[in-house]
Design a protein around this ligand. Structure first.
Ligand SMILES: Cc1ncc(C[n+]2csc(CCOP(=O)(O)OP(=O)(O)O)c2C)c(N)n1
Length: 590
């Protein structure tokens, strides 16, 4: 900005040109980015920042561990699409963020992490609470910055937000030395971002789009494989239009659930290691796989050479590095699904008169086959008269929430059952740690989601293992009266590891028994809210209703059958068509 512009702008906004500290400038930049709340934990070098926050309207949520600040910021972002923000002090505060940063990186979540750093003069001297945050976070962020002067602070903060949210989203870290927070200078706003080395491809190649539409019409057995990019790219409506135009069976990955409503007639289910039979058979037998905003993750593809072995592949993704990484597509399209899909739909409509009628018969046959697979082996939903089956729990949560609640999950068996059995009729309702699979994610991400969406019913579904990683955050939940319904699927084991030991290690159960779990009612009441333990199937509906109807937080500890396994299951590295549907049957001896 020129100085005359500054004067004109200052007349409109008193912050412009004002003498401020670096800490105040940072808050002004956050405000301009639309940040209304962020999650953090203070320390020595960030005290100047927290001092400026004392007088500021932006809300700060004091978590009880920095990892949870990152997970909560992710929950906030995953529920809204906005950039989540977290903050930690230097040294141990910054290193405690690492799991959250890797998680956001793996799942492409837009995040800005602000860390304090020791005084510039002390950097490199092994000063108290000095860690090389910039070096440590380089491989686990989309980008990171070290602020060296006050003058560059506003520019860096706005660039961080731009990089986090644009293209394939991801976490960006800004490391700020204490003296930069304390320095004073005139605030000059930044109105434009200029990053010459950073290119985002959004439109897709016109010729490839046309060829893709042609292939879609020519295919006899098209199959849509929709990933997290649909949700992150806000392309749910565009996906739905394509699905209906093509009348293609569609799967949504663990990250993509809700991208196409789970109640849509064309929705098959989730594919992959714990995906349904119909989803995996559809992927295996289709002649055209339309992969949208997805990365051919090993948990989806299984044995790569057998994956979609008869299919030609169209792959649309915003990140060029993903296209051809695991499977070479016949038609690669680098672009934003939100912009590319309408162009594909337009090309499909233009080609419809030539193809639509010719394909009717084969498409009918394909749908008959898909429906047969669905009926042959639906997801297993066992109920019992004496104990609560985990599937019964998920089924009941599904029934009571009607595909409308936000559900965050931790990692393990409960995560897979929730993904299989709970409907998500909109995007941004299902929030889980997909790529990293980080236990301890469920509760703090629910805090972020509930903070962002106070209007929504929010469930945090956890295992008894993962929940015990998050207990400190019950204080944060209580202190902000966040009405989260924490549902612990308590099987007395680190269930998913126990399942693998049972199935693949001759049932030699090693270090998986969780023989001590706190009394849920006492634990919750120690924090000032309600809790309960149930273990009988007839208690389930009433207990869930009580939790939902309670105006505050609620901890429901549901003791389920301890030795239930998640099926179907594709043994790691095997073809996804070779699923296991139950425990090995004893071999009859003649
Ligand atoms: C931080 C972390 N540590 C270890 C693991 C490995 N792990 C994956 S699932 C699982 C068991 C989870 O047990 P629990 O939380 O009780 O859930 P359940 O599988 O019983 O539903 C473990 C230990 C992990 N994913 N994350």
């Amino acid at each position: 900005m020129q100085s005359t512009d500054v004067l004109a702008a200052a007349a409109k906004n008193p912050a412009i040109g004002k003498l401020m500290s670096g800490a105040e400038m940072l808050l002004e930049c956050l405000s301009r980015e639309g940040v209304d709340c962020f999650f953090g934990y203070p320390g020595g070098v960030t005290i100047p920042f927290y001092d400026a926050l004392y007088d500021h309207h932006i809300r700060h949520i004091l978590v009880r561990h920095e990892e949870n600040a990152c997970f909560a910021a992710e929950g906030y972002s995953r529920a809204t699409g906005k950039v989540g923000v977290c903050c930690a002090t230097s040294g141990p505060g910054a290193t405690n963020l690492i799991t959250g940063l890797v998680d956001a990186m793996m799942d492409s979540i837009p995040l800005v992490a602000i860390t304090g750093q020791v005084h510039s003069k002390l950097i490199g001297s092994d000063a108290f609470q000095e860690a090389d945050t910039f070096g440590i976070t380089r491989p686990c962020t989309k980008h990171n910055f070290m602020v060296k002067t006050l003058a560059e602070l506003p520019k860096i903060v706005h660039e961080a937000f731009y990089i986090a949210a644009s293209g394939r989203p991801g976490p960006v870290l800004v490391d700020i030395p204490k003296d930069v927070f304390q320095a004073r200078g005139h605030y000059i706003p930044v109105d434009t971002i200029h990053l010459p080395g950073y290119k985002v491809f959004t439109e897709g190649h016109t010729g490839q789009i046309r060829r893709a539409a042609q292939l879609m019409w020519e295919a006899e057995r098209p199959f849509i494989y929709a990933g997290g990019g649909i949700v992150l790219g806000n392309a749910s409506a565009e996906l739905t239009e394509l699905v209906e135009l093509l009348d293609a069976p569609t799967v949504c990955t663990l990250m993509g659930l809700g991208g196409l409503s789970s109640s849509h007639a064309n929705f098959v289910s989730m594919p992959g290691m714990h995906g349904s039979y119909a989803a995996n058979m559809g992927m295996t037998e289709c002649d055209l796989l339309i992969a949208l905003g997805t990365r051919f993750d090993d948990r989806v593809t299984g044995h790569l050479p057998s994956f979609a072995r008869h299919a030609r592949v169209i792959h649309v993704d915003i990140d060029p590095a993903e296209v051809g990484k695991n499977r070479q597509p016949d038609i690669p399209i680098v672009g934003d699904v939100k912009r590319v899909l309408p162009r594909i739909c337009k090309a499909l409509q233009e080609l419809a008169p030539e193809f639509a009628a010719k394909k009717t018969e084969q498409r009918k046959k394909w749908w008959t086959q898909i429906r047969a697979w669905k009926e042959e082996r639906p997801y297993d939903k066992p109920h019992s008269d004496t104990e609560i089956k985990p599937q019964h729990l998920m089924d009941e949560i599904d029934r009571l929430s009607g595909g409308q609640a936000i559900v965050t999950s931790d990692v393990g068996q409960h995560q897979m059952w929730a993904a299989q059995l709970i409907r998500f009729n909109e995007p941004r309702l299902w929030i889980n740690s997909g790529g990293l699979g980080a236990m301890g994610f469920g509760v703090p991400s629910a805090m972020g989601a509930q903070m962002a969406r106070p209007d929504k019913l929010v469930f945090a579904i956890c295992g008894d293992g993962g929940f015990q990683m998050s207990i400190p955050e019950l204080a944060t939940i209580a202190s902000h009266a966040l009405p989260i319904k924490i549902i612990v699927m308590n099987n007395g084991y680190l269930g998913m590891v126990r399942q693998w030991q049972t199935l693949f290690y001759n049932n030699r159960l090693s270090a998986v028994e969780l023989d001590c779990f706190p009394d849920a009612e006492k634990l919750a009441s120690a924090y000032g809210f309600k809790g309960k333990t149930i273990d009988k199937p007839w208690q389930l509906t009433d207990a869930l209703k009580e939790a939902i109807n309670d105006p505050g937080p609620y901890l429901l500890n549901v003791k389920v059958s301890p030795e239930e396994n998640v099926y179907p299951m594709v043994p790691a590295g095997g073809p996804i068509s070779e699923m296991v549907f139950g425990p090995p049957q004893p071999v009859a001896v003649a």
